[in-house]
Ligand binder design. Structure first.
Ligand code: AMP
Ligand code: MG
Length: 338
């Protein structure tokens, strides 16, 4: 059973010394970031990183993101940063953006799944940054969940799932954003979005041409080349069967959802529409609220043991693209667009 550190009611950097010693010793530390919780280990310690894969039951070909606390730490792990990459670093670090960069050999193959690139992010969350700084090493940290399950956005949701898989748990309360980082890679001076997140297309567009990977809303076929291996895998899924419904025409959308509803279904919908259904949970009103709540709600539906979960989709602009990417995958591409 892991050591538990509660930082929900007050925080002092010194309290993280013990956790940083755990990282230095190659142990696994569950910690908060502004996106979701991460299962962290010393990203330059091959055995420690292997243990993350074991704890999560994560496919070995799905690389991990290295979390850093300074520009110096970035230079320790990546080769030549080009001008556009540097601009993105200056504009978005620290924050919810992961940049895929050319890696140095110091980064173990197990982190990058043998790719010649490495994902790098500098979290904005103070606990995360202080933990990395005190550990004095980049921390490899995938989302805190057993692979395939929704990512953890608070400790209560993931405690049972992970308490025996990690050595140390830092509870920093609810994560601010609730969705994982936007993952981008610069290719031929264009910014490719490999995974959408809080940093949107429009924000990136200010810095150059932006290309949205076509696997974000579509299922990966057997022979497709994927720039981000994680896109191949089932993720965010509750145990119950789910269907996602969306139309720009709200009446049409609600009618379709009503058509599928019966005594044995649960509807997850905008707070404004809850009253339309027999058995519904509201996921918030704005895209920010939906991001913040969605993983907690996807985890909670399993307790209700419903035959079908009917989820209302959102428009794929702005933060909506990231929300729809997660919802489509939570529904295993069982998506009806009207
Ligand atoms: P997670 O840490 O669970 O949020 O997942 C990290 C995501 O970043 C996965 O979708 C990975 O496939 C992706 N990723 C990490 N490193 C790389 C890389 N070097 N190249 C492309 N995608 C990466
Ligand atoms: Mg994940």
């Amino acid at each position: 059973m892991a050591i538990y550190l509660n930082l929900k009611n007050g925080y002092d950097k010194n309290l993280l010394k013990e956790a940083s010693n755990y990282i230095k010793e190659g142990k696994l530390v569950l910690f908060p970031t502004e996106t979701v919780y991460g299962i962290g280990a010393d990203g330059l310690n091959e055995i420690a990183v292997r243990n993350i894969f074991v704890a999560k039951n994560r496919a070995a070909d799905n690389p991990l993101i290295l979390h850093v606390s300074s520009m110096d730490m970035i230079k320790r792990i990546v080769e030549d940063i080009n001008p556009l990459e540097r601009t993105l670093i200056n504009s978005f670090f620290p924050g919810p953006l992961t940049l895929i960069l050319k890696r140095k050999n110091i980064v173990p193959n197990v982190v990058t799944a043998n790719l010649d690139t490495v994902g790098v992010r500098m979290p904005e969350n103070q606990i995360a940054r202080d933990l990395i700084e005190l550990s004095d090493t980049p921390i490899a940290a995938p989302s805190a969940n057993i692979s395939g399950r929704p990512s953890g956005t608070n400790i209560e949701d993931i405690f049972e799932e992970l308490k025996d898989k990690v050595d140390y748990i830092i509870d920093g309360g609810d994560t601010k954003i609730g969705l994982e980082s936007t993952v981008v890679r610069v290719i031929n001076d264009e910014i490719h979005i490999l995974r959408p997140g809080k940093i949107t297309y429009d924000e990136l567009r200010k810095y150059g041409k932006v290309v949205v990977s076509n696997h974000i809303l579509k299922e990966v076929e057997k022979n497709d080349v994927v720039l981000s291996p994680g896109m191949k895998y089932k993720h965010y899924a509750p145990n119950s069967k789910c269907v996602l419904i969306y139309s720009d025409d709200k009446t049409k959308m609600i009618n379709k959802m009503k058509e599928l509803e019966d005594e044995n279904t649960l509807v997850i919908t905008n707070d404004n529409n809850v009253k339309e259904f027999k058995n519904a949970t509201g996921y918030g009103k704005t895209l920010e609220e939906i991001s913040h709540n969605i993983f907690r709600i996807l985890r909670s539906v399993d307790k209700q043991n419903k035959k079908l979960i009917i989820i209302e989709g959102v428009k794929t602009s702005g933060l909506g693209l990231a929300i729809m990417n997660r919802l489509i995958r939570a529904c295993s591409h069982n998506y009806i667009e009207l």
